[in-house]
Design a protein around this ligand. Structure first.
Ligand SMILES: C[S@@+](CC[C@H](N)C(=O)[O-])C[C@H]1O[C@@H](n2cnc3c(N)ncnc32)[C@H](O)[C@@H]1O
Length: 207
């Protein structure tokens, strides 16, 4: 099975060219995310991919640190940033474990289509809790593969064997919300975003 880094390095150029599948759902995600952001906020985006979301939210906040494990994703995002002339977003190749990310330093952490790719989403959510200031918000949208039966698991396993899919963790809405609550968050908002695979949108506050 490819690592996340090698898989997404290989996918990055085609990912950058792919149009957003469901534009109304994406716009709704941006709108609900903006509802929790303020102009003075310092924001972290984990698994930023090619940077589109961070660049769109740049004018809503003071600064966004956007990280991704794939150096090719970060190269593409940085080129887009240069072209757009956006100074308030910093793209960096890093994971949440990066020691330079300071605890209690962000007003918001964003993670879109990210948690299901991690071996241990619970550990990532606990780390996000540490990185947030008290009162800070964790805003996530996560692909739910949990409960999928029949062809889905077989298809994914087959794709992993031939290198066409990275590791995925089978999460569902209940499991995501349990992990978020167990990390010490208060859940503020949830929603299902339908698609070929449902995504669960969860907003939670660090008390
Ligand atoms: C499905 S893409 C989503 C990208 C973007 N958030 C979006 O919504 O379009 C997942 C991204 O997470 C990144 N990723 C996977 N595991 C990671 C990790 N442990 N730390 C940081 N980034 C990771 C991948 O490189 C990839 O760019």
């Amino acid at each position: 099975m490819p690592t996340q880094e090698s898989f997404w390095d290989r996918q990055a150029d085609s990912y950058a060219k792919k149009p957003i599948k469901d534009m109304p759902a994406y716009e709704r995600t941006l709108e609900r995310t903006r509802a929790y952001l303020s102009p003075a906020d310092h924001v972290l985006e984990a698994g930023c991919g090619t940077g589109s979301t961070a660049l769109l939210l740049a004018t809503d906040v003071a600064h966004i640190t956007a990280i991704d494990v794939s150096s090719r994703m970060i190269e593409i995002a940085s080129d887009k940033r240069e072209k757009a002339g956006v100074g308030s977003v910093a793209f960096r190749k890093a994971t949440l474990d990066d020691a330079s990310l300071e605890t209690a330093s962000f007003e918001a952490v964003l993670a879109f289509s990210f948690l299901h790719l991690l071996d241990d989403p619970g550990a990532a959510i606990r780390r996000i809790h540490d990185l947030l200031k008290p009162g800070g918000v964790f805003i996530s949208k996560t692909v739910c593969l949990g409960g999928k039966v029949g062809l889905w698991p077989l298809l994914i396993k087959g794709m992993q064997i031939v290198g066409y899919a990275p590791h995925v963790t089978y999460l569902d809405a209940e499991r995501i919300e349990t992990l978020v609550a167990e990390a010490g968050f208060d859940i503020l908002e949830t929603a299902d975003y339908p698609g070929s695979l449902t995504s669960r949108f969860v907003v939670a506050r660090k008390p």
